[in-house]
Design a protein around this ligand. Sequence first.
Ligand code: IMP
Ligand code: MG
Length: 187
Amino acid sequence: MTVQDYHDFLAEILIDGDTLQRRVAELGAEISQDYHGQDLLLICVLRGGVMFLTDLMRAITVPHAVDFMAVASYGAGARDSAGPVRITLDLTASIEGRNVLLVEDIIDSGHTIASVLEFLSTRRPRTLRVCALLDKAERREAVVPVHYRGFTIPNKFVFGYGLDLDEYYRNLPFIGVVRPDKILPPG
Ligand code: IMP
Ligand code: MG
């Protein structure tokens, strides 16, 4: 199987690499200030949040631990998600009494993050906050508290910097918009 070059799918670069890195540094500084002198546990939702997580970790100057979880949305197509999610990979350690910061790539309808927050809160963390790189605010259906937000973006399908297009191109250092004629129907 040959995978096409990303240029075939790219309509425009929405956020270039330098702009991403500058914003991630700002978020890291803000988080470092807020959690100064406190325990901090970053939880990354696989797989889209990984690129953001690793850059954010390098920008956070307070001691912190990381853990990972993965979710799948019930019955939804690959390009869309709505409704409840299923935990496909659970955390390795207890979060009871800890300051948890959930690190996410993108909040679209908000259903994914709302379900994850509900799930995590049953385990009684001391605090629970959300750090999202991208926010498609106009698509929001669920109420989600976003404490740290990288960028608010328009309702366009994006890829790169952790976000995939059919599981590829997560390695791109920028956020690109997918050409509308290349977006396949879900499923
Ligand atoms: P939500 O449950 O509608 O908020 O969907 C969130 C999830 O949908 C994200 O974690 C992504 O996996 C995926 N998603 C939403 N929009 C995009 C996009 O533009 N590009 C890639 N993935 C997206
Ligand atoms: Mg995701």
